[in-house]
Design a protein around this ligand. Structure first.
Ligand code: TYD
Length: 205
């Protein structure tokens, strides 16, 4: 037996921080090693998640409180459909964004980040074993987003530098013992190595 119980691991960071790249590489590492592992993301690929992505794309998101409810609906769906079944069947779950994004992004829109966390915890969503926060200054993160997507992407409201600075501050305000902060300036392979070493230590009985 390689693992005693499946781990639930979350990746967080502002847009352009590199968290998706890191999450994908960590997934590839464990999948190649033959460990039962799934990689998921929020907003999810379910009905609510697709609706949210479409609203963001059209710059048509409602106010912050309504946004919290939308993301929670999607999360509820994701937990029931994907996360719990995977954990219950013994698979490690790697999740690209979870309710910490809810606290950081809707927190940046003026809500109290800790209240958003509490609201999610009241739903009894599973608690992750580890949250990797890929930390990077908004200016550098935004340079990466622009390089990736060419010119304007129509998502200016979510991707402006001052907004991302608020998101970063909100993330840093909710750090607890579950968090592992990663320096987003480091080359991706070395960040991945750090994460893998840490997950391996968590997997040891
Ligand atoms: P993201 O995974 O960054 O999308 P993409 O891969 O298309 O860049 O997520 C889309 C946006 O949703 C992102 O800007 C953060 C936001 N978001 C919230 O505002 N609250 C949440 O609870 C979640 C999960 C995401």
């Amino acid at each position: 037996m390689k693992s005693v119980r499946p781990l639930f691991v979350v990746f967080e960071g502002i847009d352009g921080s590199g968290k998706t790249t890191i999450c994908e590489a960590v997934f590839a590492h464990y999948a190649n090693a033959g460990l039962p592992v799934v990689s998921l993301r929020e907003p999810s690929d379910g009905t609510w998640g697709r609706k949210i992505r479409e609203l963001i794309q059209r710059d048509a998101m409602p106010g912050p409180e309504e946004q919290v409810q939308l993301f929670i609906q999607d999360r509820d769906d994701d937990v029931t459909t994907n996360i719990r079944p995977a954990l219950e069947s013994g698979k490690m779950v790697l999740l690209d964004r979870y309710y910490y994004s809810n606290a950081a992004y809707q927190g940046a829109l003026g809500l109290a980040a800790n209240h958003v966390i509490d609201e999610n915890r009241r739903r009894n969503f599973p608690e992750p074993d580890r949250v990797y926060l890929v930390d990077l200054e908004p200016a550098e993160a935004l340079r990466r987003v622009r390089a990736r997507s060419g010119a304007s992407t129509g998502r200016d409201a979510f991707e402006r530098e001052d907004f991302q600075a608020l998101v970063r501050a909100a993330y840093l305000s909710i750090v607890d013992g579950r968090f592992f902060i990663l320096d987003g300036h480091m080359p991706a392979p070395s960040i991945v190595e750090t994460v893998v070493r840490d997950i391996d230590s968590l997997l040891k009985p």
